[in-house]
Design a protein around this ligand. Structure first.
Ligand code: FCB
Length: 456
């Protein structure tokens, strides 16, 4: 039996600039917060940096050929702000020219480019001015968006402003596990608001340039589970759900920040003063599509002692804790639970009626080994089969899902985990830069070719 996807379903793979490009100082590129952060001892596993990564800046031609050999028709990549504007403001034409070549090459091979303007690599020069907690960064981002759109907008129709503002704000400025490595929960909330503002201003700037484009933002969602169905557990889950899933989504939908969430965070005293008149209108620019990243659910539990340590990325969200994942985990320690993916998509169907969804990232890290030129990554094949099945279930139950991007095309620099976690459907030997198709690449190519899944 084949479970078919809707006609015109967009199949693709996704990558991000800092994770694959390397060539960190080539052609005038300025440092980003990830260059600075990864150079600090103890921040990234094995002291790894993105200096070389997958050398995609040099090997993009080969990588696009690989994609076209697999017959995967869409490619989601991100533009490095500090390549295009090394100091966050002045244009570096050589940096912009790289994306020009990449887009041309993709189109030549019949692959539709999908551009993400911000996948976490803020120019360090702007971090030196305060980074995302500085409101000015939002309008600088809109200028940058307009510049990139002017250069590529004649050929690129699909534009994502920001990838996962949750991580950029709460992991970058809250628990400090990501660049710029700051631990200041009040600043993290303000950063979150400014990321949304940057999205809204950039959406306006993209549309002001004219042309026909589809504007989106990509959010990472974590459906929240509890072990016990009672009032205190439900309240713990509600808190985490509102922080993780609705802090960003509700303002984008024109509903503002949920009042319960504002109350949960009120003691930090920073969010409401940062919301200027008119901000919520700017943030609520119409979305043509919503990008959804899903990896794993979260499990919430109440915590009586407000001073107790919490695993929540924003420990200041008092009264709840996040339990360790359980069951079958991927090698990065994330729980595998495809049914939570279906639940999430059905929840979105109800919460944002009329808004089409694209799965902008989904995938898994496992320990892979190249043996005789092959990588038998059965676990990843199973992960994709189950999660694609979960997406299909949601479509059958009425969710409007237009596409699916596998994370990731290549093994790459997995942020604070460096090169220790492999998410690619293509294996990369980071010494020789050799690319080897994994079985999951063949599996995915087969799904794409049939626009359907067999036997599930
Ligand atoms: C997401 C990021 C992406 C990648 C995956 C595994 O949060 O957007 O860059 O690291 O996780």
């Amino acid at each position: 039996m084949t479970r078919s996807f809707p006609a015109g379903f967009r199949w693709g793979t996704a990558t991000a600039s800092y994770q694959i490009e390397g060539s960190a100082t080539a052609d005038g590129r300025g440092p980003s917060i990830w260059d600075t952060f990864s150079a600090e001892p103890g921040r990234v596993a094995d002291g790894a940096t993105g200096d070389r990564a997958c050398e995609h800046y040099l090997r993009y031609d080969e990588d696009v050929d690989l994609l076209s050999g697999l017959g995967i028709p869409y490619y989601r990549f991100s533009v490095a702000w500090s390549r295009v504007m090394p100091d966050g403001r002045a244009i570096e034409p050589r940096g912009l020219a790289f994306y020009d070549r990449l887009v041309d090459k993709l189109l030549q091979r019949g692959i539709t480019p999908m551009v993400t303007l911000y996948h976490w690599d803020l120019p360090q020069a702007l971090q030196d001015e305060g980074g995302w907690p500085n409101r000015d960064v939002a309008s600088l981002f809109a200028d940058y968006a307009q510049t990139v759109h002017k250069a590529l907008g004649d050929r690129v129709r699909q534009w994502t402003t920001i990838n996962e503002p949750f991580c950029a704000a709460f992991i970058g400025y809250g628990n400090g596990d990501h660049a710029p490595g700051i631990q200041d929960e009040g600043a993290a909330l303000v950063a979150g608001h400014h990321l949304l503002l940057a999205h809204g201003q950039a959406a306006q700037a993209l549309r002001a340039n004219g042309g026909e484009q589809e504007v989106s933002i990509v959010l990472n969602f974590a459906p929240v589970l509890t072990d016990v169905d009672d009032a205190t557990h439900r309240e713990a889950a509600r808190k985490f759900d509102f922080l993780h899933n609705r802090f960003f989504l509700d303002p984008l939908l024109g509903r503002g920040y949920p009042p319960e969430l504002l109350a949960d965070l009120d003691h930090l005293g920073t969010l409401e003063p940062a919301i200027a008149d008119g901000d919520l209108e700017v943030i609520a620019q119409p979305l043509d599509v919503l990008g959804v990243n899903y990896y794993a659910p979260a499990r919430a539990v109440p915590l009586d002692d407000p001073e107790a340590d919490s695993n929540c990325p924003l420990p200041g969200l008092r009264g709840m804790d996040v339990l360790p994942p359980r069951g079958e985990l991927t090698s990065i320690g994330w729980e595998q639970r495809p049914e939570s993916f279906t639940d999430l998509l059905l929840w979105l169907r109800g919460h944002c009626p009329g808004l089409p969804l694209v799965i902008a990232e989904n995938g898994a890290a496992f320990e892979d080994e190249v043996v005789d030129g092959r990588v038998h990554d059965e676990q990843r094949v199973r992960y994709f089969a189950e999660h694609l099945g979960a997406v299909h279930d949601a479509i059958e139950r009425g969710a409007d899902i237009r596409g699916y991007m596998a994370w990731s095309l290549l093994d790459n620099f997995e942020w604070a985990m460096g090169y220790t976690k492999r998410f690619g459907i293509v294996h990369v030997d980071f010494e020789t830069q050799e690319r080897t198709l994994k079985d999951s690449a063949r599996f995915f190519a087969d799904v794409v070719a049939r626009n359907g899944l067999i036997g599930l």
